[in-house]
Write a protein that binds this ligand. Structure first.
Ligand SMILES: Cc1ncc(COP(=O)(O)O)c(C=O)c1O
Length: 398
């Protein structure tokens, strides 16, 4: 601690650290740099054999037949919704406690996102709340594994079976985790990941859709690359002849990104170990602090947590707003995941949502705060976070 007194910086003391510690960060070593340089010297710098290799490694790791790399988690969601056939007049049920892109699995495809309340333990879609939202127009279900903790996979698949819904798991937070001894992402019909720098591995920007379904995989690949047929029937002697069969996109990733992704995969176990160690230190330090609910125990799973999302209640001595501002004053970059989607002007104006309609989501949101969690954190960084939280708690306890 750099200050003489233990007064929180928010109340005039010295911050626990001089530089800002972000809540998430990539970890790049010589291993990644060498892999990227090698890719730059290859024949392809757009989508080439290294992308194929990256897809094969992820498919093997997740235990599915197909992995289709895209330019981001957001475009992965767009493609997955399109491949599923979501369209005008269709309703797709998802969680309000997520990043905006999860709902764009519907909006980008002209379907309507329908929110259902969460189970406050997992902080992911509650199957009973989903059942209440199913209508004759419902075609899809898009649960999100909040912070990396798996949603109620079995309960949600039951709802999907009862109503013949296509399920797309937003597993952006959960890459590298397991549920009942299978990888998160292996569950039907499709799952998708993000490789944004704060996520469990990164390719700069990037995403991936995984599936066991051959037809969906074929459709995903076509949509990713202009929806073109490169060997159309009847044109066997015209090797140049390519035909556009629908509205596709250019969501191709580069061999440069794939090389980075492969090098990051080599370090996946190391990343998980780092994240688990930080979580253990936080859990231990906060066990005796009233008013901090540490992240819930995993249910039948070994998650690779993307976030350490705690909940701050009255017993802590101050509310979440003061907690966040006090941590920022200490140069601890906490964040809140997420302002619920039904609070946002777009979803209110377009679909008539309003605050007050999802009590569990709103109660959890009022208390949520994500503390820094990433493999670049040193033991002293972890100590700074703990000191900052403890000094604020002690200040209010006096
Ligand atoms: C739950 C969730 N879904 C989707 C996305 C979108 O991923 P990307 O940033 O790679 O487009 C994110 C990224 O923040 C996310 O956290």
């Amino acid at each position: 601690m750099i200050g003489m007194s233990n007064k929180p910086a928010y109340y005039g003391g010295e911050p626990v650290r001089e530089s800002v510690l972000g809540y998430g960060s990539q970890s790049i070593t010589e291993h990644e740099k060498e892999a990227v340089l090698e890719a730059l010297e290859g024949d392809y710098i757009t989508r080439g054999p290294t992308v194929d290799e990256f897809e094969e490694r992820v498919a093997e790791m997740v235990g599915v037949e197909h992995a289709v790399a895209t330019t981001s988690g957001t475009t992965a969601l767009h493609l997955a919704g399109d491949a599923a056939g979501f369209g005008s007049g269709d309703e797709v049920i998802t969680t309000p406690l997520t990043f905006t892109s999860t709902a764009h699995v519907a909006t980008y495809n002209d379907a309507t996102p329908v929110f259902a309340d969460i189970d406050p333990h997992r902080r992911a879609l509650d199957p009973d709340a989903v059942r209440e939202q199913v209508s004759e127009d419902t075609v899809g279900l898009v649960p999100m594994h909040y912070a990396g903790h798996p949603a109620d996979i079995e309960g949600l698949l039951d709802v999907a079976d009862d109503h013949d819904l296509t399920v797309i798991w937003d597993a952006c937070h959960a890459f590298g985790g397991t549920w009942r001894d299978e990888a998160i992402g292996a569950q039907r019909d499709m799952a998708m990941f993000s490789f944004h720098p704060v996520k469990n591995i990164t390719t700069g920007e990037g995403g991936m859709v995984v599936t066991d379904d051959n037809e969906l995989a074929e459709r995903l690949r076509r949509l990713r690359s202009f929806d073109m047929e490169y060997d159309p029937a009847g044109h066997e002697n015209e090797p140049w002849y390519q035909v556009t069969e629908g509205v596709g996109y250019n969501y191709n990733v580069t061999d440069i990104q794939a090389a980075l992704g492969l090098a990051q995969l080599d370090r996946l176990e190391e990343f998980k170990r780092c994240r688990d160690e930080i979580i253990d230190r936080y859990d231990e330090a906060f066990a005796t602090i009233d008013g901090i609910r540490t992240p819930p125990d995993p249910v039948e799973s070994d998650p690779m947590y993307h976030l350490y999302a705690a909940e701050i209640s009255e017993a802590f001595g101050c509310g979440r707003e003061e907690f966040v501002n006090a941590m920022h004053a200490e140069n601890i970059g906490v964040q809140v995941h997420y302002v619920p989607l039904h609070y946002h002007p777009f979803f209110q104006e377009e679909y008539g949502y309003e605050q007050g309609i999802f009590p569990e989501t709103e109660r959890v949101y009022e208390r949520l705060v994500s503390l820094p969690l990433h493999p670049e954190m040193s033991p002293s960084d972890i100590g700074d976070v703990i000191d900052a939280v403890c000094r604020l708690y002690d200040f209010h306890a006096e």
